[in-house]
Design a protein around this ligand. Structure first.
Ligand code: ISE
Length: 335
């Protein structure tokens, strides 16, 4: 049958996922929509046939026809929604971050282990991007040998005035944390952050850009340029430097055009556009796995690990020091 999904949160990502479930992917429908803003919940619920609007996530999860939950509310609301989903034993796709800090992420890990089976996929969508999937396959094949270094660029055209220096780590660089752990199959051992004189076009008080450096347990080094006010568009690039070659993704996305005196391509305006197909593939893969009774993709463990690395990153921003990551040992449950 068709999987009935409750979508929690109808902001930029939640509303886009509702559109995706209705118009792009197959095998699922939006059965319930939740937003603290009742009028907004009703307006979004009206876009899907037979969809009910709620202001309380727990009420939506108890509603008839709800088989699975997609959490796209702000990070601080995730823990309560995840715990309600566990109470109803519902499969969850949870947008990043799993939760805002490692202590709450650990509570989610413990609750999932008490359930006795995995229920959570975390929305690290880069793992579903075709270019990053190719890079993963190439690195895993061993053809280029051991990765030594990884150069990453993460640029947003602009961010809201409420975007803080910590959010550069928790909202943005968290993707490179997961990407590095996934591509290198190593944990991040420590984090260092360097800050040039800020861009004068950055929002007041935002130390942007920054250079974030990870050293991994296997001795690789990853450097990340995070630049949230670059002005020209959305760009995510990565280059792995290995013993016998290099591999780079994210340069050319879309069309290249020759015009009198110039050649070049387009730059996506934002992550919703740049990773559109990755999100489609991610949600379809989640629906398919759920219908087979399986859980795939980045787990709650990956969400916890990213949160632990974020904490080291935020400390490193403040102290300017090379900061060790404090993590529990991976439970066998998440092996
Ligand atoms: C945003 O929250 C995201 O998750 C995007 O992928 C990232 O590129 C952006 O910098 C964040 O603000």
């Amino acid at each position: 049958g068709t999987l009935g999904i409750a979508v929690i949160g109808t902001g930029k990502m939640g509303a886009d996922h509702v559109r995706r479930i209705n118009d792009v992917i197959s095998g699922a429908r939006v059965a319930a929509v939740v937003d603290i803003d009742e009028a907004r919940a009703k307006a979004v619920a009206d876009l899907s046939e037979g969809c009910q609007a709620f202001t309380d996530p727990a009420a939506a999860m108890a509603a008839p026809g709800v088989d699975a939950v997609l959490i796209a509310s702000p990070g601080p609301a995730h823990e309560a929604a995840l715990l309600s989903a566990f109470e109803h034993d519902l499969p969850v796709l949870c947008e990043k971050p799993l939760t805002p800090d490692s202590e709450s992420a650990l509570r989610v890990l413990e609750a999932e282990q008490r359930l006795g089976h995995r229920r959570v996929q975390v929305g690290f969508m880069r793992r579903y991007d075709t270019e990053f999937m190719k890079l993963k396959t190439l690195l895993a094949s061993g053809e280029l040998g051991r990765p030594l270094l990884m150069h990453c660029r993460h640029r947003n055209a602009s961010v809201h005035s409420y975007f803080t220096t910590e959010m550069l780590i928790n909202d943005s660089v968290v993707h490179e944390m997961d990407q590095s752990r996934w591509l290198l199959e190593q944990e991040i051992a420590n984090v260092t952050v360097l800050k040039p004189t800020p861009n004068s076009n950055a929002p007041e008080g935002l130390a942007d850009p920054q250079l974030v450096i990870f050293e991994t347990t296997g001795g690789a080094i990853v450097n990340v340029e995070i630049f949230a006010s670059c002005g020209f568009g959305y760009q995510v690039q990565a280059e792995a430097v290995c013993e016998r070659g290099t591999a780079r993704v994210g340069d050319a996305h879309g069309m290249l055009v020759n015009r009198p005196g110039t050649w070049g391509g387009e730059i996506a305006p934002d992550f919703v556009a740049r990773f559109e197909e990755a999100y489609d593939r991610e949600v379809q893969a989640w629906v398919n796995a759920t219908k087979r009774g399986e859980v795939e993709g980045p787990s709650a463990w990956d969400g916890y690990a990213a949160a632990a690395v974020c904490e080291a990153g935020v400390r490193a921003q403040v102290t300017g020091e090379r900061t060790p990551v404090d993590m529990i040992v991976r439970p066998a449950f998440y092996a």
